[in-house]
Design a protein around this ligand. Structure first.
Ligand code: NDP
Ligand code: 8X3
Length: 259
């Protein structure tokens, strides 16, 4: 008899939030290529339609909702069609940074949006899908944290705080899921080129392009490969955290201000 606790999961259902761009879209493509079926979510229906058409009939269930809206999340993920109900992997990827201003000049609205999306949105989705995983005694929650959850830099204030939450929540999930067979991994990337900085800089694509210029930043495909590796480990292996930076990025000095 096969020992399923030591078998790598393959070819199940993966639900990816924020699949309309960046890491999420790359992860949808990677998992489809690896034989999985994708529940792809995001707020931009047109992008979801294009992605679903690309991934192929029957391979993708596009669901359009805002993760900040608890009722919309529950309506979409609490009523999945029978054939899509047994979600094996949840990739909690939808998220954003807004602004790089010091805390005393930041927009309070931006702070609220980051908390509502990166923290509350992630909680809404997790709460909708986790009970089924526990019931099936099978599943994997992949959370998108960030190096900013560990290391502070000027202007990362609330964004970094939300990612510190994601890191600690991931650990808390591990504790709560003890003995259930459900795995949890926090992925903590550094600088990666996607729409992330265009969003962060309020749509200023030139400013975002200057940030990435010559930086050999991580690509969304690198993060997709990292997620695919964590999921591909045998079921008895839980990768708790993966911190990954581009080689071009490292650590700076801790500045001392002298009067
Ligand atoms: P992108 O901006 O390219 O993609 C973000 C995705 O999140 C989009 O698909 C967007 O979809 C979705 N999203 C944002 N807000 C909401 C919302 N309220 N409801 C539903 N979906 C939402 O960014 P990345 O791919 O780079 O980032 C993905 C994750 O990785 C984020 O959590 C980010 O914080 C994290 N990360 C990014 C790093 C980077 O340098 N790029 C580094 C470390 C972590 P739509 O607009 O259609 O709703
Ligand atoms: C974002 C990572 O390095 O751009 O989560 O701040 S970095």
């Amino acid at each position: 008899m096969t020992d399923t606790t030591r078998t790598a999961p393959h070819g199940g259902i993966v639900c990816i939030t924020g699949a309309t761009a960046g890491f999420g879209a790359a992860t949808a493509r990677r998992f489809t290529a690896d034989g999985w079926r994708i529940i792809a979510t995001g707020r931009r229906q047109d992008r979801l339609d294009v992605l679903a058409a690309e991934l192929g009939d029957g391979n993708c269930l596009p669901l359009c909702f805002d993760v900040r809206d608890a009722d919309a999340v529950q309506a979409a993920l609490g009523n999945l069609p029978e054939a899509w109900r047994a979600v094996d992997v949840l990739v909690n990827n939808a998220g954003l940074a807004l602004g790089l201003e010091p805390a005393h000049r930041c927009s309070l609205d931006d702070w609220t949006t980051m908390v509502d999306t990166n923290i509350k949105g992630l909680l809404h989705v997790t709460r909708a899908l986790l009970p089924g995983m526990v019931e099936r005694r099978r599943g994997h929650v992949i959370n998108l944290g960030s190096i900013t959850g560990t290391y502070a830099y000027p202007g990362a204030n609330v964004y970094g705080g939300t990612k510190a939450f994601v890191m600690q929540f991931s650990r808390g999930l591990r504790a709560d899921l003890h003995g259930t067979g459900v795995r949890v991994t926090n992925i903590e990337p550094g600088l990666a080129e996607s729409e992330f900085s265009v969003v962060r800089f309020g749509g200023d694509a030139d400013r975002a392009a200057r940030l990435y210029e010559g930086a050999s930043a991580l690509r969304p495909e690198d993060i997709a490969a990292t997620i695919a590796w964590a999921v591909s480990c045998p079921a008895h292996v839980n990768v708790n955290r993966i911190e990954v930076m581009p080689t071009s990025q490292s650590f700076g000095a801790l500045p001392v201000h002298r009067a």
